[in-house]
Design a protein around this ligand. Structure first.
Ligand SMILES: Cc1cc2nc3c(=O)[nH]c(=O)nc-3n(C[C@H](O)[C@H](O)[C@H](O)COP(=O)(O)OP(=O)(O)OC[C@H]3O[C@@H](n4cnc5c(N)ncnc54)[C@H](O)[C@@H]3O)c2cc1C
Length: 452
């Protein structure tokens, strides 16, 4: 049965199914991904949460060896939220968030964005720690990890996942929190979309803490000294309830380089820790308070990322963050090819956020730092220049030490960590073997040996 016959058969059987074929007027908009580097044309786009229809879909792609892409928010930089010629299962219109206050659990549909989750939970005094740009999908974010402003207080997003309804490649639907599926729940926490199609995510609800959010801006020649002190502060003093994200940018000829030390202090009665930080950096009274409204802070960076552009990102998670690293970052930020390039340091603070730790498949859970090199631009003819900037900057670090990388920020085939985990075998590979031995779900950072 060809795609169209299969699609039409589903439409005839299930009224909750909608399908967009390539000749439909909605197709062009529906196929687009956040990262415009990926210009992919699926053979059809299916939208449904009907379990019987989804079982038929999985059976169809499995027996015909068709690539199936699953889209949550469509933000993965590698373009995993679509496929060239395969079938796109597009969950992006399913954005419900339910709250079970008695059991303190949030049930989240697979197309929900971080903003949907914050809007629904925060007004009731709850929160799930997520990421920092509100249009990002919570599905991909969770399956790959989830780094955000409440990391120190409540951990990675995936560490808060307590259950999920999962459609397996076999066609069976299971609850990941049920006895016998501990391995599945573990793997969904940071192991990617390898193990099943998640139809609903369930998270532990946490209390929305009081927050104090803002930034410290440093320009020009002061950056080097401040960065040096900041790294010492982060390593030795930064408490778990303070998440600091220093971002290096180049503002162009007139203004030069800029370091914005964005921060979110949570669960504190006062902002003394920010004053301590300023003093440590030799920048008394330099911080700019921006908001104490967590929902606003969660979308504070939205504008910077609003326009879909071409993008290339890479991340490295070094064990040690010495002078040779930050001086290299300063060199590379001076050489940016365009204004939409940045280097963000993510402080993961593993030793001080001990109490939030949950067993997960996330390879970077024990790392001290992540460094995200991000380049965004508009014109295809500039691709190489921007990509080479990111690659050169990354190599300047990885040439002297072995680094892990964060899969949510990494292109296909460039996640050495994932590849190493597949080669080494172990728990993740065994879990893939148990739940998807034929690798039906492979449009992700795939952990199946055949894809290496
Ligand atoms: C502007 C921007 C800001 C970001 N900010 C942050 C941040 O602050 N913190 C952070 O940690 N990350 C951040 N990221 C990275 C983000 O976590 C990843 O891009 C993530 O994959 C996005 O999820 P998505 O659902 O939008 O992606 P999609 O592209 O829709 O999906 C990503 C992957 O998840 C799989 N998948 C999606 N839904 C399902 C499902 N229901 N069942 C099984 N598999 C599924 C897909 O197959 C695919 O492999 C950001 C990315 C962007 C572009």
């Amino acid at each position: 049965m060809d795609f169209r016959d299969f699609g039409n058969a589903l439409l005839g059987k299930y009224k909750e199914v909608s399908i967009i074929f390539p000749d439909h007027s909605d197709y062009e908009a529906a196929r687009q991904l956040y990262n415009r580097m990926h210009n992919l044309y699926p053979s059809m786009i299916i939208r449904t949460l009907n379990q019987s229809a989804l079982k038929e879909l999985v059976h169809y792609v499995a027996i015909n060896n068709i690539e199936l892409a699953i889209r949550g928010g469509g933000h993965h930089i590698a373009g995993f939220g679509s496929t060239q010629g395969g079938i796109l299962l597009d969950f992006s219109i399913y954005r419900d968030v339910g709250i079970d206050e008695e059991n303190r659990i949030a049930s989240v549909s697979p197309g929900a964005r971080l903003g949907d989750v914050d809007q629904a939970l925060c007004q009731k005094g709850y929160v799930i720690p997520t990421g920092t740009v509100s249009d990002t999908g919570i599905a991909g974010l969770t399956l790959g990890g989830g780094i955000g402003w409440l990391l120190g207080t409540y951990g990675f997003t995936c560490e808060n996942l307590v259950g999920a309804d999962v459609l397996l490649a076999s066609g069976e639907i299971v609850r990941a929190e049920d006895p016998g599926h501990e391995d599945l729940l573990w793997a969904l926490r940071g192991g990617g979309g390898n193990f099943g199609i998640v139809l609903e995510f369930r998270y532990a609800l946490s209390k929305l803490p009081r927050v104090y959010c803002g930034t410290i801006e440093v320009l020009g020649k002061d950056i080097e000294g401040v960065l040096n002190s900041l790294i010492v502060y982060l390593g030795k003093h930064c408490p778990s309830n303070l998440v600091v994200a220093p971002v290096l940018q180049n503002l162009g000829h007139d203004r030069g380089c800029c370091l914005s030390i964005d921060f979110c202090l949570s669960g504190s009665e006062d902002h003394m820790e920010i004053i301590r930080l300023e003093e440590y950096l030799g920048l008394p009274q330099k911080h700019l308070f921006l908001t104490s409204d967590f929902v606003s802070w969660q979308s504070w960076s939205d504008e910077r990322f609003a326009q879909p552009m071409r993008g290339y990102w890479k991340s490295v998670c070094p064990d040690a963050f010495g002078e040779e690293i930050w001086s290299s970052l300063l060199k590379w930020i001076e050489r940016v090819p365009g204004s939409n390039c940045s280097i963000t340091i993510e402080h993961l603070n593993p030793s001080r956020r001990l109490e939030t730790r949950v067993d997960s498949a996330l390879p970077i859970a024990e790392k001290n730092y992540g460094i995200l090199f991000s380049a965004r631009w508009l014109t295809p003819s500039d691709d190489l220049e921007y990509m080479n900037w990111v690659r050169g900057a990354v190599e300047s670090i990885t040439s002297s030490q072995r680094c892990s990388s964060y899969s949510n920020y990494t292109f296909e085939g460039e996640n050495d960590d994932q590849a190493a985990r597949v080669i080494e075998g172990g728990r993740l590979v065994q879990t893939k073997q148990k739940y998807d031995p034929s690798n039906v779900l492979r449009r992700n950072h795939n952990i199946h040996r055949d894809t290496l």
